[in-house]
Design a protein around this ligand. Sequence first.
Ligand SMILES: Nc1ncnc2c1ncn2[C@@H]1O[C@H](COP(=O)(O)OP(=O)(O)O)[C@@H](O)[C@H]1O
Ligand SMILES: [Mg+2]
Length: 251
Amino acid sequence: MNTKPDFSKNANHAATAPAFLSVWDMHAYYGESYIVQGVSFNVHEGEILALLGRNGAGKTSTLRSIARIGDPELRKGEIWLDHKPLHNMSSHEASQAGLGLVPEDRRIIPGLTVEENLKLAQIAPPVGWSIQRLYDLFPRLGERRMQEGVTLSGGEQQMLAIARALARDIKVLLLDEPYEGLAPVIVDEIEKTLRIIKDQGITTVIVEQNAVRALELADRAVILDTGGIVFDGTAAEVLENKELREEYLAI
Ligand SMILES: Nc1ncnc2c1ncn2[C@@H]1O[C@H](COP(=O)(O)OP(=O)(O)O)[C@@H](O)[C@H]1O
Ligand SMILES: [Mg+2]
């Protein structure tokens, strides 16, 4: 008999609020490897959702599926962003529809300055925040505007990657491990910025191994395990539930 507690019974916890980003029964494959195995969750407008789970649980694959990267290949399911069907779109179209993915490796473009990295993001519509507004949000980027992007510190490169997403007119920011490899004081700085971004009306999904830091920031959390959702509820519930943290987050 399976005696594992079923935390997914909370799955419709916040079902009363309308979904802004809705992922329904999503299945995705790398070649024949079945990785995202029927993932469903909702994100409400203006909230921060933490998408958590152990290494290899499928968090990056879930973000890549939503952003329509193509690898993993989405074979079944629906993804709706503000009433638009992302599941029928290419990654380029999903970006035009307002999806901003900041990948784990940050992808700062070599040979370009900070400012050129930002300007390149605005080369085609829809253009988002002005460069000046981005420098107001991240003063360090303003100070280093003429410096080559790849020569920045890890924390500054993460700021540039987030700023570049906001340089386009986005509705949802998907962050894959934004705190990875960063000193706690830099994490504090980025966390502060993510709160400001939330106050400006952007909806955020944050994937983080540093689950406690992500839960302190997030309104709600979903936990993934071997390609499926095992918990859907408030961030506070996860912080308070020792059993759940030990079982799926090892914290
Ligand atoms: N390009 C790939 N090809 C085949 N399998 C992959 C690929 N990328 C990831 N995987 C596998 O998919 C599973 C989920 O990986 P991933 O989504 O990166 O997990 P997480 O981000 O939660 O650590 C893992 O078992 C991983 O080995
Ligand atoms: Mg990952």
